[in-house]
Write a new protein. Structure first.
Length: 456
Protein backbone atom coordinates (compact mmCIF):
# COMPACT_ATOMS: atom_id res chain seq x y z
CA UNK A 1 0.00 0.00 0.00
CA UNK A 2 1.37 3.47 -0.87
CA UNK A 3 0.88 6.78 0.96
CA UNK A 4 -2.40 7.45 -0.85
CA UNK A 5 -3.95 4.23 0.42
CA UNK A 6 -3.72 2.55 -2.99
CA UNK A 7 -3.37 -1.23 -3.12
CA UNK A 8 -0.67 -2.76 -5.27
CA UNK A 9 -1.58 -4.42 -8.58
CA UNK A 10 -0.78 -7.85 -7.13
CA UNK A 11 -3.84 -7.62 -4.84
CA UNK A 12 -6.77 -9.89 -5.78
CA UNK A 13 -9.56 -8.16 -7.70
CA UNK A 14 -12.83 -9.25 -6.02
CA UNK A 15 -12.68 -7.74 -2.53
CA UNK A 16 -15.52 -6.88 -0.16
CA UNK A 17 -15.73 -3.18 0.69
CA UNK A 18 -15.77 -2.63 4.44
CA UNK A 19 -17.50 0.75 4.11
CA UNK A 20 -20.52 -0.32 2.02
CA UNK A 21 -22.31 -3.58 1.10
CA UNK A 22 -20.67 -3.75 -2.34
CA UNK A 23 -17.66 -5.53 -3.83
CA UNK A 24 -14.67 -3.98 -5.59
CA UNK A 25 -13.72 -5.58 -8.92
CA UNK A 26 -11.11 -3.12 -10.15
CA UNK A 27 -7.60 -2.69 -8.70
CA UNK A 28 -7.55 0.99 -9.57
CA UNK A 29 -10.73 1.53 -7.53
CA UNK A 30 -9.42 -0.13 -4.35
CA UNK A 31 -8.09 1.84 -1.35
CA UNK A 32 -7.13 1.04 2.26
CA UNK A 33 -8.37 3.16 5.16
CA UNK A 34 -5.55 4.30 7.49
CA UNK A 35 -7.92 4.31 10.48
CA UNK A 36 -9.65 0.92 10.33
CA UNK A 37 -7.23 -0.63 7.79
CA UNK A 38 -10.24 -1.89 5.81
CA UNK A 39 -10.25 -2.28 2.02
CA UNK A 40 -12.77 0.12 0.45
CA UNK A 41 -13.92 1.49 -2.91
CA UNK A 42 -12.29 4.66 -4.19
CA UNK A 43 -15.70 6.35 -3.88
CA UNK A 44 -15.84 5.26 -0.20
CA UNK A 45 -12.38 6.71 0.52
CA UNK A 46 -12.01 10.31 1.75
CA UNK A 47 -8.22 10.63 1.46
CA UNK A 48 -6.63 11.50 4.84
CA UNK A 49 -10.05 11.44 6.56
CA UNK A 50 -10.25 7.69 6.00
CA UNK A 51 -13.19 5.68 4.71
CA UNK A 52 -16.76 6.96 4.88
CA UNK A 53 -17.64 4.53 7.69
CA UNK A 54 -14.88 5.98 9.87
CA UNK A 55 -15.92 9.53 8.89
CA UNK A 56 -19.49 8.81 9.95
CA UNK A 57 -18.37 7.50 13.34
CA UNK A 58 -15.75 10.20 14.04
CA UNK A 59 -16.98 13.44 12.41
CA UNK A 60 -20.24 14.93 13.85
CA UNK A 61 -22.81 15.74 11.15
CA UNK A 62 -20.73 14.13 8.41
CA UNK A 63 -23.80 12.72 6.63
CA UNK A 64 -25.72 16.01 6.68
CA UNK A 65 -25.40 17.94 3.43
CA UNK A 66 -27.36 20.55 1.50
CA UNK A 67 -29.42 17.80 -0.10
CA UNK A 68 -30.89 17.06 3.35
CA UNK A 69 -30.86 20.60 4.78
CA UNK A 70 -32.73 22.15 1.86
CA UNK A 71 -35.35 19.47 1.21
CA UNK A 72 -33.49 17.65 -1.53
CA UNK A 73 -33.51 19.96 -4.61
CA UNK A 74 -35.18 22.87 -2.80
CA UNK A 75 -32.81 25.48 -4.25
CA UNK A 76 -34.76 25.04 -7.51
CA UNK A 77 -38.10 24.19 -5.88
CA UNK A 78 -37.73 20.89 -7.75
CA UNK A 79 -39.42 18.96 -4.95
CA UNK A 80 -42.50 21.16 -5.43
CA UNK A 81 -42.52 21.11 -9.24
CA UNK A 82 -44.96 18.51 -10.45
CA UNK A 83 -46.81 17.09 -13.45
CA UNK A 84 -50.43 16.14 -12.78
CA UNK A 85 -53.00 17.37 -15.33
CA UNK A 86 -55.37 14.62 -14.10
CA UNK A 87 -56.02 16.49 -10.86
CA UNK A 88 -59.55 17.91 -11.12
CA UNK A 89 -58.37 21.14 -9.43
CA UNK A 90 -55.64 21.62 -12.04
CA UNK A 91 -55.98 24.94 -13.87
CA UNK A 92 -56.19 23.33 -17.31
CA UNK A 93 -59.29 21.38 -16.20
CA UNK A 94 -61.17 24.51 -15.13
CA UNK A 95 -61.49 25.86 -18.70
CA UNK A 96 -64.75 25.39 -20.57
CA UNK A 97 -67.59 23.02 -19.74
CA UNK A 98 -67.00 20.14 -17.37
CA UNK A 99 -66.47 16.78 -19.06
CA UNK A 100 -68.32 13.76 -17.76
CA UNK A 101 -68.47 15.00 -14.19
CA UNK A 102 -71.22 12.46 -13.58
CA UNK A 103 -69.32 9.59 -15.17
CA UNK A 104 -68.04 7.35 -12.39
CA UNK A 105 -65.76 5.47 -14.80
CA UNK A 106 -64.09 8.62 -16.11
CA UNK A 107 -63.67 10.12 -12.63
CA UNK A 108 -62.28 6.87 -11.23
CA UNK A 109 -59.73 6.60 -14.04
CA UNK A 110 -58.51 10.17 -13.59
CA UNK A 111 -58.37 9.75 -9.81
CA UNK A 112 -56.25 6.61 -10.12
CA UNK A 113 -53.70 8.36 -12.36
CA UNK A 114 -53.69 11.45 -10.15
CA UNK A 115 -53.09 9.32 -7.05
CA UNK A 116 -50.01 7.64 -8.57
CA UNK A 117 -48.61 11.02 -9.65
CA UNK A 118 -49.31 12.56 -6.24
CA UNK A 119 -47.49 9.73 -4.46
CA UNK A 120 -44.42 10.02 -6.70
CA UNK A 121 -41.43 11.06 -4.58
CA UNK A 122 -37.64 11.20 -4.50
CA UNK A 123 -36.17 8.01 -3.07
CA UNK A 124 -32.61 7.28 -1.96
CA UNK A 125 -31.01 4.02 -3.20
CA UNK A 126 -30.49 2.78 0.36
CA UNK A 127 -34.28 2.79 0.86
CA UNK A 128 -35.01 0.53 -2.12
CA UNK A 129 -36.50 -2.80 -1.05
CA UNK A 130 -36.71 -6.14 -2.82
CA UNK A 131 -39.80 -6.71 -4.91
CA UNK A 132 -42.34 -9.22 -3.62
CA UNK A 133 -43.06 -12.54 -5.30
CA UNK A 134 -46.09 -11.09 -7.07
CA UNK A 135 -44.48 -7.75 -7.99
CA UNK A 136 -42.22 -6.53 -10.79
CA UNK A 137 -39.81 -3.66 -10.03
CA UNK A 138 -38.39 -1.83 -13.07
CA UNK A 139 -35.60 0.77 -13.02
CA UNK A 140 -34.95 3.10 -15.96
CA UNK A 141 -31.98 5.44 -16.42
CA UNK A 142 -30.19 7.52 -19.05
CA UNK A 143 -26.80 6.02 -18.25
CA UNK A 144 -24.59 8.08 -20.61
CA UNK A 145 -22.42 5.10 -21.69
CA UNK A 146 -23.03 1.59 -20.41
CA UNK A 147 -19.43 0.39 -20.85
CA UNK A 148 -18.02 3.31 -18.85
CA UNK A 149 -20.45 2.77 -15.99
CA UNK A 150 -20.54 -1.02 -15.85
CA UNK A 151 -18.05 -1.08 -12.94
CA UNK A 152 -20.38 1.16 -10.93
CA UNK A 153 -23.33 -1.12 -11.66
CA UNK A 154 -21.34 -4.15 -10.51
CA UNK A 155 -20.06 -2.49 -7.36
CA UNK A 156 -23.57 -1.29 -6.45
CA UNK A 157 -25.15 -4.66 -7.20
CA UNK A 158 -26.72 -4.67 -3.71
CA UNK A 159 -29.00 -1.88 -4.98
CA UNK A 160 -29.58 -2.96 -8.58
CA UNK A 161 -30.19 -6.62 -7.67
CA UNK A 162 -33.35 -5.52 -5.87
CA UNK A 163 -34.80 -4.61 -9.27
CA UNK A 164 -36.36 -7.14 -11.63
CA UNK A 165 -35.80 -5.12 -14.81
CA UNK A 166 -33.11 -2.57 -15.70
CA UNK A 167 -33.76 -0.32 -18.71
CA UNK A 168 -30.84 1.84 -19.84
CA UNK A 169 -30.92 4.40 -22.63
CA UNK A 170 -28.17 6.42 -24.31
CA UNK A 171 -25.87 3.44 -23.72
CA UNK A 172 -23.48 4.30 -26.59
CA UNK A 173 -23.02 0.55 -26.76
CA UNK A 174 -22.31 -1.63 -29.78
CA UNK A 175 -21.48 -5.23 -28.86
CA UNK A 176 -19.26 -5.67 -31.91
CA UNK A 177 -16.98 -2.86 -30.68
CA UNK A 178 -16.48 -4.18 -27.14
CA UNK A 179 -13.11 -5.94 -26.56
CA UNK A 180 -14.74 -9.01 -24.99
CA UNK A 181 -18.19 -8.71 -26.48
CA UNK A 182 -21.21 -9.24 -24.26
CA UNK A 183 -18.99 -10.33 -21.33
CA UNK A 184 -17.88 -6.71 -20.87
CA UNK A 185 -21.38 -5.63 -19.84
CA UNK A 186 -22.68 -8.65 -17.91
CA UNK A 187 -24.14 -7.99 -14.44
CA UNK A 188 -24.21 -10.63 -11.71
CA UNK A 189 -27.67 -12.08 -11.16
CA UNK A 190 -29.05 -10.85 -14.48
CA UNK A 191 -29.47 -12.62 -17.81
CA UNK A 192 -27.47 -11.56 -20.85
CA UNK A 193 -28.85 -8.11 -21.72
CA UNK A 194 -30.95 -7.34 -24.77
CA UNK A 195 -28.84 -4.77 -26.60
CA UNK A 196 -29.81 -2.38 -29.38
CA UNK A 197 -26.94 -0.41 -30.92
CA UNK A 198 -27.27 3.37 -31.44
CA UNK A 199 -28.82 4.46 -34.73
CA UNK A 200 -25.98 6.87 -35.38
CA UNK A 201 -23.07 5.41 -37.30
CA UNK A 202 -20.69 7.03 -34.80
CA UNK A 203 -22.16 4.77 -32.10
CA UNK A 204 -22.68 7.72 -29.76
CA UNK A 205 -25.72 9.58 -28.52
CA UNK A 206 -28.11 6.64 -28.40
CA UNK A 207 -28.43 2.93 -27.84
CA UNK A 208 -30.71 0.87 -25.58
CA UNK A 209 -30.28 -2.05 -23.17
CA UNK A 210 -32.68 -4.16 -21.09
CA UNK A 211 -31.51 -6.48 -18.28
CA UNK A 212 -33.87 -9.08 -16.80
CA UNK A 213 -33.14 -10.48 -13.34
CA UNK A 214 -32.72 -14.26 -13.34
CA UNK A 215 -35.39 -14.62 -10.64
CA UNK A 216 -38.02 -13.21 -13.03
CA UNK A 217 -37.90 -15.96 -15.66
CA UNK A 218 -35.66 -18.31 -17.60
CA UNK A 219 -33.62 -16.78 -20.41
CA UNK A 220 -35.68 -18.52 -23.12
CA UNK A 221 -38.81 -16.78 -21.76
CA UNK A 222 -37.46 -13.39 -22.89
CA UNK A 223 -38.75 -12.57 -26.36
CA UNK A 224 -37.76 -9.59 -28.50
CA UNK A 225 -40.60 -7.81 -30.29
CA UNK A 226 -39.59 -6.77 -33.79
CA UNK A 227 -41.58 -3.72 -34.89
CA UNK A 228 -39.84 -3.63 -38.29
CA UNK A 229 -39.15 0.10 -37.99
CA UNK A 230 -37.33 1.98 -40.73
CA UNK A 231 -33.61 1.91 -39.75
CA UNK A 232 -33.12 5.20 -41.57
CA UNK A 233 -35.67 6.98 -39.36
CA UNK A 234 -33.55 8.75 -36.74
CA UNK A 235 -36.52 10.41 -34.97
CA UNK A 236 -36.32 8.06 -32.00
CA UNK A 237 -35.12 4.66 -30.79
CA UNK A 238 -37.45 1.95 -29.49
CA UNK A 239 -36.71 -1.47 -27.99
CA UNK A 240 -39.39 -3.90 -26.81
CA UNK A 241 -39.26 -7.28 -25.07
CA UNK A 242 -41.97 -9.64 -23.90
CA UNK A 243 -41.37 -11.46 -20.60
CA UNK A 244 -43.28 -14.74 -20.35
CA UNK A 245 -44.16 -16.56 -17.12
CA UNK A 246 -43.03 -13.73 -14.84
CA UNK A 247 -41.90 -15.20 -11.50
CA UNK A 248 -43.69 -18.43 -12.30
CA UNK A 249 -47.13 -16.79 -12.18
CA UNK A 250 -47.98 -17.47 -15.84
CA UNK A 251 -48.11 -13.72 -16.49
CA UNK A 252 -46.72 -11.99 -19.58
CA UNK A 253 -45.48 -8.39 -19.45
CA UNK A 254 -44.21 -6.14 -22.22
CA UNK A 255 -41.30 -3.78 -21.45
CA UNK A 256 -40.56 -0.93 -23.86
CA UNK A 257 -37.37 1.13 -23.74
CA UNK A 258 -37.00 4.35 -25.76
CA UNK A 259 -34.78 7.37 -26.37
CA UNK A 260 -35.08 10.64 -28.31
CA UNK A 261 -32.04 12.79 -28.90
CA UNK A 262 -32.69 16.46 -28.04
CA UNK A 263 -31.51 17.33 -31.56
CA UNK A 264 -34.36 15.35 -33.18
CA UNK A 265 -37.68 16.98 -34.10
CA UNK A 266 -40.34 16.36 -31.43
CA UNK A 267 -43.22 16.13 -33.92
CA UNK A 268 -41.40 13.44 -35.91
CA UNK A 269 -40.68 11.54 -32.68
CA UNK A 270 -44.34 11.66 -31.61
CA UNK A 271 -45.38 10.52 -35.09
CA UNK A 272 -42.98 7.57 -34.84
CA UNK A 273 -44.27 6.80 -31.34
CA UNK A 274 -47.82 6.76 -32.70
CA UNK A 275 -46.69 4.23 -35.31
CA UNK A 276 -45.04 2.08 -32.61
CA UNK A 277 -48.15 2.18 -30.41
CA UNK A 278 -50.30 1.23 -33.38
CA UNK A 279 -48.08 -1.76 -34.15
CA UNK A 280 -48.14 -2.69 -30.48
CA UNK A 281 -51.93 -2.50 -30.28
CA UNK A 282 -52.28 -6.27 -30.67
CA UNK A 283 -50.57 -6.59 -27.27
CA UNK A 284 -53.00 -4.14 -25.65
CA UNK A 285 -54.54 -6.83 -23.43
CA UNK A 286 -51.16 -7.29 -21.74
CA UNK A 287 -49.66 -4.93 -19.18
CA UNK A 288 -47.23 -2.76 -21.20
CA UNK A 289 -44.74 -0.32 -19.68
CA UNK A 290 -42.82 2.33 -21.64
CA UNK A 291 -39.60 3.62 -20.02
CA UNK A 292 -37.19 6.16 -21.45
CA UNK A 293 -35.80 9.62 -22.05
CA UNK A 294 -38.02 11.64 -24.40
CA UNK A 295 -36.19 14.94 -23.81
CA UNK A 296 -39.65 16.54 -23.57
CA UNK A 297 -40.22 18.41 -20.31
CA UNK A 298 -43.61 17.51 -18.84
CA UNK A 299 -43.24 20.16 -16.13
CA UNK A 300 -44.10 22.61 -18.93
CA UNK A 301 -47.22 20.65 -19.89
CA UNK A 302 -49.61 23.59 -19.41
CA UNK A 303 -47.84 25.76 -21.99
CA UNK A 304 -45.84 23.35 -24.18
CA UNK A 305 -47.60 21.86 -27.21
CA UNK A 306 -45.03 19.05 -27.56
CA UNK A 307 -45.77 17.84 -24.02
CA UNK A 308 -49.50 17.98 -24.66
CA UNK A 309 -49.24 16.17 -27.99
CA UNK A 310 -47.07 13.45 -26.42
CA UNK A 311 -49.54 12.83 -23.59
CA UNK A 312 -52.51 12.91 -26.00
CA UNK A 313 -50.86 10.41 -28.34
CA UNK A 314 -50.21 7.93 -25.53
CA UNK A 315 -53.68 8.48 -24.03
CA UNK A 316 -55.21 7.58 -27.38
CA UNK A 317 -53.83 4.05 -26.87
CA UNK A 318 -54.73 3.88 -23.17
CA UNK A 319 -51.34 4.88 -21.66
CA UNK A 320 -50.79 7.29 -18.76
CA UNK A 321 -47.63 8.89 -17.38
CA UNK A 322 -46.76 7.80 -13.81
CA UNK A 323 -43.80 10.05 -12.88
CA UNK A 324 -44.50 13.60 -11.69
CA UNK A 325 -41.17 14.88 -10.28
CA UNK A 326 -38.21 16.37 -12.22
CA UNK A 327 -35.69 13.71 -13.27
CA UNK A 328 -32.84 15.95 -14.41
CA UNK A 329 -31.79 18.60 -11.92
CA UNK A 330 -28.87 20.99 -12.41
CA UNK A 331 -27.78 24.20 -10.71
CA UNK A 332 -30.14 26.19 -12.94
CA UNK A 333 -32.93 23.87 -14.12
CA UNK A 334 -35.25 21.04 -13.11
CA UNK A 335 -36.94 19.10 -15.89
CA UNK A 336 -39.11 15.98 -16.18
CA UNK A 337 -37.73 14.37 -19.33
CA UNK A 338 -37.46 10.72 -18.21
CA UNK A 339 -40.90 9.16 -18.50
CA UNK A 340 -42.76 5.99 -17.52
CA UNK A 341 -46.06 5.14 -19.20
CA UNK A 342 -48.42 2.27 -18.38
CA UNK A 343 -51.62 0.95 -19.92
CA UNK A 344 -52.70 -0.55 -16.59
CA UNK A 345 -52.76 2.15 -13.94
CA UNK A 346 -54.81 -0.01 -11.56
CA UNK A 347 -51.99 -2.54 -11.14
CA UNK A 348 -49.26 0.11 -10.88
CA UNK A 349 -48.26 0.27 -7.21
CA UNK A 350 -45.70 3.10 -7.23
CA UNK A 351 -43.48 5.17 -9.49
CA UNK A 352 -40.66 7.15 -7.86
CA UNK A 353 -37.49 9.03 -8.80
CA UNK A 354 -34.31 7.36 -7.55
CA UNK A 355 -31.44 9.68 -6.60
CA UNK A 356 -28.56 7.78 -8.20
CA UNK A 357 -25.37 9.74 -8.88
CA UNK A 358 -24.18 7.65 -11.82
CA UNK A 359 -25.38 10.11 -14.49
CA UNK A 360 -26.65 13.65 -14.97
CA UNK A 361 -30.13 12.08 -14.96
CA UNK A 362 -31.95 10.55 -12.01
CA UNK A 363 -33.47 7.10 -12.39
CA UNK A 364 -37.14 6.14 -12.30
CA UNK A 365 -38.28 3.16 -10.25
CA UNK A 366 -41.71 1.67 -10.93
CA UNK A 367 -43.37 -1.27 -9.20
CA UNK A 368 -46.34 -3.13 -10.67
CA UNK A 369 -48.54 -5.96 -9.45
CA UNK A 370 -48.21 -9.21 -11.36
CA UNK A 371 -51.53 -10.52 -10.11
CA UNK A 372 -54.56 -8.40 -10.97
CA UNK A 373 -55.64 -6.17 -8.07
CA UNK A 374 -59.30 -6.44 -9.05
CA UNK A 375 -61.12 -9.62 -9.95
CA UNK A 376 -63.93 -7.81 -11.77
CA UNK A 377 -64.87 -8.59 -15.37
CA UNK A 378 -63.13 -11.96 -15.44
CA UNK A 379 -65.22 -13.57 -18.17
CA UNK A 380 -64.42 -13.20 -21.83
CA UNK A 381 -67.81 -11.66 -22.58
CA UNK A 382 -67.34 -9.04 -19.91
CA UNK A 383 -63.83 -8.20 -21.10
CA UNK A 384 -64.92 -7.64 -24.66
CA UNK A 385 -68.03 -5.62 -23.83
CA UNK A 386 -66.73 -3.23 -21.18
CA UNK A 387 -64.65 -0.91 -23.36
CA UNK A 388 -65.03 2.65 -22.05
CA UNK A 389 -64.53 5.98 -23.77
CA UNK A 390 -62.89 8.98 -22.13
CA UNK A 391 -63.72 12.45 -23.37
CA UNK A 392 -60.85 14.91 -23.66
CA UNK A 393 -59.98 18.23 -25.27
CA UNK A 394 -56.65 18.94 -26.92
CA UNK A 395 -55.29 22.28 -25.74
CA UNK A 396 -52.19 23.27 -27.67
CA UNK A 397 -50.70 26.23 -29.55
CA UNK A 398 -52.50 25.41 -32.79
CA UNK A 399 -55.93 25.27 -31.13
CA UNK A 400 -55.13 28.36 -29.08
CA UNK A 401 -54.49 30.24 -32.34
CA UNK A 402 -57.84 29.05 -33.74
CA UNK A 403 -59.65 30.17 -30.58
CA UNK A 404 -57.96 33.58 -30.66
CA UNK A 405 -58.88 34.06 -34.32
CA UNK A 406 -62.54 33.16 -33.69
CA UNK A 407 -62.80 35.60 -30.78
CA UNK A 408 -61.12 38.41 -32.73
CA UNK A 409 -63.54 37.90 -35.62
CA UNK A 410 -66.64 37.91 -33.41
CA UNK A 411 -68.73 41.14 -33.44
CA UNK A 412 -70.83 40.27 -30.33
CA UNK A 413 -73.77 42.10 -31.91
CA UNK A 414 -76.26 39.46 -30.75
CA UNK A 415 -75.14 39.94 -27.16
CA UNK A 416 -75.37 43.73 -27.36
CA UNK A 417 -78.84 43.60 -28.95
CA UNK A 418 -80.25 41.44 -26.14
CA UNK A 419 -82.53 43.08 -23.59
CA UNK A 420 -81.52 42.99 -19.93
CA UNK A 421 -78.06 42.31 -18.49
CA UNK A 422 -78.93 38.67 -17.72
CA UNK A 423 -79.95 38.01 -21.34
CA UNK A 424 -76.80 39.73 -22.59
CA UNK A 425 -74.67 37.53 -20.32
CA UNK A 426 -76.45 34.36 -21.45
CA UNK A 427 -75.97 35.28 -25.11
CA UNK A 428 -72.32 36.17 -24.47
CA UNK A 429 -71.72 32.78 -22.80
CA UNK A 430 -73.49 30.98 -25.65
CA UNK A 431 -71.31 32.64 -28.31
CA UNK A 432 -68.15 32.18 -26.27
CA UNK A 433 -68.76 28.45 -25.72
CA UNK A 434 -69.62 27.98 -29.39
CA UNK A 435 -66.16 29.24 -30.36
CA UNK A 436 -64.54 27.32 -27.50
CA UNK A 437 -66.07 24.04 -28.64
CA UNK A 438 -65.01 24.77 -32.21
CA UNK A 439 -61.39 25.41 -31.24
CA UNK A 440 -61.20 22.66 -28.62
CA UNK A 441 -63.57 19.90 -29.78
CA UNK A 442 -64.35 17.03 -27.43
CA UNK A 443 -62.74 13.76 -28.52
CA UNK A 444 -63.68 10.28 -27.32
CA UNK A 445 -60.66 8.07 -26.73
CA UNK A 446 -61.04 4.37 -26.06
CA UNK A 447 -59.81 3.43 -22.58
CA UNK A 448 -58.45 -0.07 -22.12
CA UNK A 449 -58.28 0.19 -18.37
CA UNK A 450 -61.31 -2.02 -17.81
CA UNK A 451 -60.00 -4.57 -20.28
CA UNK A 452 -56.69 -4.78 -18.45
CA UNK A 453 -58.04 -5.56 -15.00
CA UNK A 454 -57.68 -9.29 -15.16
CA UNK A 455 -55.56 -9.88 -18.26
CA UNK A 456 -51.86 -9.62 -17.60
Amino acid sequence: MNTNGEVSNSQKIKIKCTACPGWCYSKSNLRTCAWCEGHVHKKCFQETLGCIRCCESIIPGYNVDTFDLYDKFDHLNASRLSFNPYDRSHLINSIGNSLDQNSDTNNEYWNEISEILTKCKYQEPKNVTNSAKDELKALSLNIRSLAKNITYLREEIHTFSKCDVLCFNETNCNIDKLPNGIDDIMIEGFHEPVIQAPLRKSGKGGGLAIYINKRVCDFEKIERIDLALDPEDMSGEFQLVKIHNCKGLNKTKVIANFYRSPSRDTNNFISLLDHVLNRLDRHSRKHVMFHGDANIDLIKYDTDSSSQNLIDTLAKYGFAQTVSKPTRVTDHSATLIDHVYTNNIENTLSSNVLTLDISDHLATLTTIKLRAVSQKHTTHSNRTNTTKYRQTRTINEANNAIFKELLEGETWEEARESGCANEQYDKFSEIYMKHYNTAYPVKSNRSRRENERSIN
